[in-house]
Write a protein that binds this ligand. Structure first.
Ligand SMILES: Cc1cc2nc3c(=O)[nH]c(=O)nc-3n(C[C@H](O)[C@H](O)[C@H](O)COP(=O)(O)OP(=O)(O)OC[C@H]3O[C@@H](n4cnc5c(N)ncnc54)[C@H](O)[C@@H]3O)c2cc1C
Length: 375
């Protein structure tokens, strides 16, 4: 494509810091960096007209600790790493709540509830409840964060005949509206002086001496520091990193008079559901076909879609519920649950691999990447 003199001069003028990706991590990193260097030029380059990864396609859970997932993690990871993971999520959520007023992101601190299919699964968790609460306390300072609840008091009501009769509740979690959140963050960033460029893809870069030459849609953009906040798509530029894309499917129902209220997880967090006003949002279940869902391609898996509908029908008692909205989003996973926040070479950084908890951790990750940058 040819660019005009004005476009060369003003759209592609030299920047101090360029961030690739306008999802939660990119936008929050731009805010943290602009606050650190208010007089420097900071630009965010996004390949699509609106962010297209996970940040506006997620389920909007603001969560940090579910016992099933923690016990699962403890079977493969050290206690210290598990505490660190919980701490990162909790501190990220605290930073986010400081930055964005609850009303602007429709945050509701209505808790999070873990449900179980069998008494065996539930009993395993109850046996370890005090121990897990002590780990959470070490990570967050919160005492007795998780507690037992009867299913009829959990918000699911009596319809859950096929779920176990008791659940475990985290009173300190909540939910939010991801698009309201990103719009608000965008507004904060623009007010600080960050510029956003949508529909421009970073193809490649070349770091030489004290500059980075970035190919943006065939046009050269020069900057001093380049930060990739491209999550699952970071594979394109950093194939050597342990970044495994994973697709997640979400369905949202028609309004229903008897829809459950609250935020729920099941099966180590693989299945999640909540209400959006009087609609049911249900998603996940990629564990039923992990191989097929290990992809960065958006799209649907009919097997998972049917499974989620059947779950709503048989486990939540919402028979014949119609789901007019469905979509997929791409998360980034790896052997470790920690994001990759590092300098990959002189003047080039990554803040990627946010797992299934990017809403929770992105503010803390943004702060960490801002701390790495020295001009
Ligand atoms: C269905 C689903 C449900 C989820 N639910 C939750 C939840 O309830 N709670 C929670 O905490 N987390 C949840 N997550 C995870 C969370 O949404 C992500 O971890 C988080 O949004 C990641 O943000 P990000 O900015 O790092 O990445 P992304 O949102 O993927 O943003 C990366 C951006 O980079 C852009 N990009 C990529 N390559 C280039 C390039 N070469 N040039 C320019 N731009 C580029 C992409 O277009 C994209 O907009 C969920 C994720 C999904 C998919």
């Amino acid at each position: 494509m040819e660019y005009s003199y004005w476009e060369h001069k003003h759209w592609f003028e030299k920047q101090d810091i360029v961030i690739v990706g306008a999802g939660l991590t990119g936008t929050l990193s731009a805010i943290a960096i602009k606050k650190k260097f208010p007089n420097r030029k900071v630009a965010v380059i996004e390949a699509h007209p609106i962010p297209r990864g996970a940040s506006t396609k997620n389920a909007g859970f603001a969560c940090f600790a579910t016992i099933g997932e923690i016990l699962d993690d403890l079977s493969t990871t050290s206690e210290n790493k598990v505490i660190e993971t919980i701490s990162l999520r909790y501190s990220g959520l605290s930073l986010l709540k400081e930055l964005v007023p609850s009303v602007s992101m429709l945050y509701s601190g209505n808790g999070g509830c873990e449900l179980f299919n069998t008494s065996h699964e539930y009993d395993k968790c109850i046996d370890k409840l005090d121990y897990v609460n002590s780990l959470i306390q070490e990570a967050t300072g919160l005492s007795n964060c998780l507690s037992k609840v009867k299913i009829e008091d959990s918000g699911v009501g009596n319809r859950t005949s096929q779920l176990y009769k008791s659940a475990i509740f985290n009173n300190n979690e909540g939910s939010l509206n991801p698009v309201k959140l990103i719009k608000q963050l965008n507004h904060i960033a623009i007010n600080l002086g960050v510029s956003f460029h949508y529909g421009l893809k970073v193809n490649s870069y070349n770091a030489e001496n004290d500059k980075v030459y970035v190919d943006v849609n065939g046009m050269e953009l020069i900057c001093q520091e380049l930060i990739f906040c491209t999550n699952a798509f970071a594979q394109d530029h950093f194939p050597q990193e342990d970044i495994k894309p994973a697709r997640n499917i979400v369905l949202v129902s028609v309004p229903h008079d008897d829809v459950l209220q609250g935020n729920y997880h099941c099966e180590q967090g693989y299945i999640y559901f909540r209400n959006i006003e009087n609609r049911l949002l249900i998603g996940g279940a990629r564990n039923i076909n992990l191989l097929a869902e290990s992809t960065s391609k958006f799209g649907f898996n009919p097997e998972i879609e049917s499974f989620l509908k059947e779950f709503a029908h048989s486990k939540l008692g919402l028979k014949n519920l119609q789901f007019p909205y469905k979509w997929s989003g791409i998360i980034a996973t790896g052997q470790s649950k920690f994001p990759i926040i590092k300098k990959v070479e002189n003047h080039v950084y990554t803040a990627v691999r946010m797992g299934g908890m990017g809403v929770a951790i992105s503010s803390a990750v943004a702060q960490q990447v801002a701390d790495l940058i020295e001009l």
